[in-house]
Each structure stands twice: as structure tokens, then as C-alpha cells.
Write a protein that binds this ligand. Structure first.
Ligand code: HEC
Length: 471
């Protein structure tokens, strides 16, 4: 560790010292106002000395602050205002002290010390706030109030059509804003680097250029994020929110593609991996509509005999909520489920809203029955032998919101047959036969749906816990 110079050393005291004048001067102001009342008259002799201590500590705070300001890590504008207001606090507190104690006897009306005390109160508040902005960054006050807390600064840009988006504005800038601005933005410029505008990014930092257009591997901005996280130079530093794998890959892609600040995504070269990442970005940004996935109107209880038959073949049949007659059926722990067992669902058509038939031995003939389960909002058919031909019979499921065809041989033509389903908002098609090249067309067919093409964790359907029992 480098040795600190004397000025740097004194500067370090500023954050501690500043609390003294704030506390002491405010106490002095309070006592001054209280002493107007009869029962606090006796405070009077203590007020002068309190104001003197406050004024002296304000002067020391200014001196230490000036040393700290020289370190160059702060936003110049905010720093300047903070500095002059701080000096004003020191000067006014001295004047206040002199007037109050009558050390200088100007013929001022008695109201003047009170006006000065109010002014001082305001100045201390504003100076303190600017000081907070310098150390904690813009908006530090409001951040603590957000509901989620940790990623309160997270910006998520809506990307309805990723190919039409501007790569920098919609992909790179939000990433830098979320993960880098806190130290390389308006309030702080660690390493003398700002990353919040094109000009600043191109200007670079202490060590020179951060971006070499066309050469990701030579760009400091990229080299720093792929360093071993334990290395001191790794960015963002240890303990701070890190870039995800996908973000790092996209940053590299953007730089290699020329680090353009205004080109659209579609103008940049994309291999299939990048295509998928971009596509996922688009889906992730689409808010899933919050239509209830259980109908609101009441329904009669399902015939018990039909439920028992299903349970006999190993299906989990449970109400979707306590007291609800709507049902969820899960075949995950049934040893063998074929099209024959699927027929057992038919008497439950009025109640069945969630069906999990993933991993079973069903085939296209099952759709003759599934097509009649018109109350279904969620349907899992992953890792089954279904084909495009069968899938088209789901057109009758007008309430369907969620469809899982992960690991099936479904292609785009099968899926597109469902484009008339008004509420279908989530389609999981990882490892199906839908090709990256099809994604654009698929997006056009389902403009509002979340198309999950990556290996994300799927949302848990009720009853997934029964998987544990399966051996
Ligand atoms: C918690 C604060 C913090 C965050 C967040 C942060 N950095 Fe830094 N960064 C620093 C500090 C401190 C330095 C100076 C020390 C050094 O060079 O390692 C620095 C230096 C750098 C430098 C070298 C600048 C130069 O020329 O010396 C680059 C490039 C950089 N950061 C990129 C990033 C990127 C990209 C992100 C976001 C993904 C990021 N930083 C997030 C604190 C941070």
C-alpha cells in the first residue's frame, strides 16, 4: 500500500469531522430558540460557547474538506457547490457567534440573530445533502425507500423488437448504468473514468483508452470484467453486483462489431449464440400479463370417481388453491402414462386448469382429449413424442397462457398454428426443433409472448414437489 501524504491523511478526516459542526451548530440554534421561553432562560450562558465550538469545527471541516477535494474522485459540479456552501456555513456561524455574544456590537435589530440562525439551519441541511450526494451518489436518499432494496437502481429497458433496437442505447448503456455508473458516473469517477456518455467512454480513464473499437480483447472495459473476480483490478470490484455471463458476451460482441453508439442491432453481425442472447433479452423485457390463470367464476366439484381413477394411475390431482374446485393434474410421478390414461382427464374438463404431462409417453393421439380441456391455462408437454400435427389441435384451448414444449420435435410450423390464442403469453421452446433462424418469424406470430429459448429455470408449476417421490 502506498503511503498517504499529509494532505491526503487530513482529507480522510473530513467525513468524520463534518458531523461535529452539524451537531453542535444545530444544537446551538435549538438552544437559542428555546431560550426565548421563560423556563429555558438559563440556557443563555451555554449558547455562546456552543456556537463558538460549532464555528471552530466548521472551519476545521472546511480545511479537511479542501484537502479531500483534491483527490479528484468527485463530481466537479456537486463538489463545487458543496465546497462554497460549506465555507458559507463556517463564515455565517462565526458571524452568528459574534452577533449573539455581542463581541461585535453592530446596531442590528434583535431579530437578526434569529434570521441568521434560520439561514444557518438551511445551509447546513443543503451542504450536508450535497456531501451525501458526493459520497453515496445521486439519489442516495430515495434509494433506501424502494421496495426491492438491492437492485433499486436497476434499469430495464423495454425491447419489443431487439433487432430494431439501437445496440448501445438499449443493451450496453443500461448494463453500464446498472453495474458501473455508481463509481464511473456523475457522482464518482474512480480511476478518473466516466462511463455515462459516449464522449466520456471514448475519453478513457487514468490508464488511457478503455475502448478499442472492433477489438474486445484489447479493450480495458472488457478486459477488466473478465479478470479473475479475486483480482484487485476486476470490475465491478468484489462484492458489487457483477455482470452476468450474457452481459459480458454481449459487451464483447458490441465492441467487436465496432462499438457503434448509434447502429441498430440488425446492422451488426450476429452468430447463432448472439442471436439467442439477443432474443432472450427481448423476451425478458416483456412483462408477462397478469391475467389470473384460474377462472374467477365458480365451478362444481369434479366427479370424485374420475379423480380416484386418475389417482389410481399415479397422477397427482390437487385443487389449485385451498377451497377451490379447479384442479391441477400432474403426471410426473405416474410410472407409465400413455394416451389411454390421458382419456381419464375428459370428465374433469370443466375443472382442469393446469396440466403437467411432461415426460410421459403420450403421442399425438392424446390431443383428441387435450383439445377438449378448454379450461386449461397451463400446459406442460415437454419431453414427449408430440409433433406439429397434434399441436395444432390445441387451437381450441382459448384460455391457454403457458405452454411448455421443451425437448420436443415441435417446429415453428406447429407453433405458428397457435398464434390465434389470445392469452398465450409464455412459450418454453428450449431444445425443441425451433431454429434460431425461425425466431424472427415466431416473434412476429407471437408479438406479446415471452419466448424462452435459453436454458432458464422454468417457473414451477404447482405439484412439482412430487418429483422427489419419483425414483
Ligand atoms: C464500486 C466501485 C466500482 C464499480 C461499480 C466499477 N468500478 Fe471500475 N474502477 C473502480 C476503481 C476504484 C477504479 C480505479 C482502480 C483501478 O484501476 O482498479 C476503477 C477503474 C476502472 C477502469 C480503469 C480506468 C483507468 O483508465 O484507470 C475501468 C476500465 C473500469 N473501472 C471499468 C469498469 C466497468 C466496465 C464497470 C462496470 C461493469 C466498473 N468499472 C464498475 C471502481 C468501480
Amino acid at each position: 500500500m502506498a503511503l498517504l501524504s499529509v494532505t491526503e491523511f487530513l482529507g480522510r478526516f473530513h467525513p468524520v469531522l463534518v458531523h461535529l459542526p452539524i451537531g453542535i451548530l444545530l444544537l446551538g440554534v435549538l438552544m437559542h430558540w428555546l431560550s426565548r421561553r421563560e423556563q429555558f432562560r438559563q440556557l443563555h450562558p451555554a449558547i455562546g460557547i456552543t456556537l463558538l465550538m460549532g464555528a471552530l469545527s466548521a472551519v476545521f471541516s472546511c480545511i479537511s474538506g479542501l484537502f479531500l477535494a483534491g483527490s479528484g474522485e468527485y463530481d466537479i459540479d456537486v463538489l463545487d457547490r458543496h465546497k462554497w456552501l460549506g465555507i458559507a456555513v463556517a463564515v455565517i456561524s462565526i458571524v452568528y457567534y459574534l452577533l449573539y455574544t455581542g463581541k461585535v456590537s453592530l446596531k442590528t435589530p434583535a431579530i437578526v440573530p434569529y434570521i441568521i440562525s434560520l439561514l444557518l439551519f438551511l445551509l447546513i441541511t443543503i451542504t450536508g445533502h450535497l456531501g451525501g450526494t458526493l459520497t453515496h451518489g445521486e439519489g442516495y436518499l430515495s434509494q433506501g425507500f424502494s421496495a426491492s432494496g438491492d437492485d433499486s437502481k436497476d434499469v430495464k429497458k423495454i425491447i419489443p423488437d431487439v433487432q430494431a433496437a439501437v445496440a448501445y442505447n438499449d443493451i450496453i448503456q443500461p448494463m453500464l448504468q446498472n453495474k458501473c455508473y455508481s463509481c464511473h458516473g456523475t457522482s464518482k469517477q474512480k480511476g478518473k473514468l466516466r462511463l455515462d456518455t459516449k464522449e466520456f467512454i471514448l475519453k478513457g480513464g487514468e490508464e488511457g483508452k478503455t475502448l478499442v473499437a472492433g477489438k474486445g480483447d484489447e479493450s480495458e472495459i472488457y478486459k477488466r470484467v473478465i479478470l479473475d473476480p479475486l483480482e484487485k483490478k476486476h470490475m465491478p470490484p468484489k462484492g458489487k453486483p457483477q455482470l452476468t455471463e450474457a452481459e459480458i458476451t454481449l459487451l464483447h460482441w458490441w465492441i467487436n462489431a465496432g462499438a457503434s453508439f448509434d447502429q441498430q442491432v440488425k446492422a451488426l453481425p450476429q452468430d447463432s449464440k448472439i442471436k439467442l442472447l439477443l432474443e432472450a433479452l427481448q423476451s425478458n423485457h416483456i412483462a408477462v400479463p397478469s391475467k389470473p390463470d384460474v377462472p374467477e367464476e365458480p365451478v362444481a366439484a369434479a366427479p370424485q370417481e374420475a379423480v380416484n381413477k386418475l389417482k389410481a394411475v399415479g397422477a397427482t390431482v390437487i385443487p389449485v388453491a385451498t377451497g377451490s374446485n379447479y384442479l391441477s393434474v400432474n403426471f410426473i410421478s405416474s410410472p407409465v402414462v400413455t394416451d389411454k390414461e390421458i382419456k381419464l382427464l375428459e370428465p374433469l374438463a370443466a375443472q382442469l386448469v393446469w396440466l403437467k404431462a411432461g415426460g410421459t409417453s403420450i403421442s399425438d393421439s392424446a390431443f383428441a382429449v387435450i383439445g377438449k380441456l378448454t379450461k386449461l391455462t397451463r400446459l406442460g408437454l415437454e419431453h414427449t413424442a408430440i409433433t406439429d400435427k397434434g399441436l395444432s389441435s390445441l387451437q381450441s384451448l382459448s384460455k391457454l397462457q403457458y405452454l411448455n414444449i421443451v425437448g420436443t420435435s415441435i417446429t415453428i410450423s406447429g407453433l405458428v398454428s397457435l398464434k390465434g390464442l389470445p392469452d398465450l403469453h409464455s412459450i418454453y421452446l428450449y431444445q425443441s426443433k425451433v431454429l434460431p433462424a425461425d425466431l424472427q418469424a415466431l416473434r412476429a406470430a407471437f408479438p406479446k409472448a415471452m419466448l424462452d429459448t435459453g436454458g432458464y429455470t422454468l417457473p414451477v408449476l404447482e405439484g412439482d414437489t412430487s418429483e422427489v417421490k419419483k425414483k
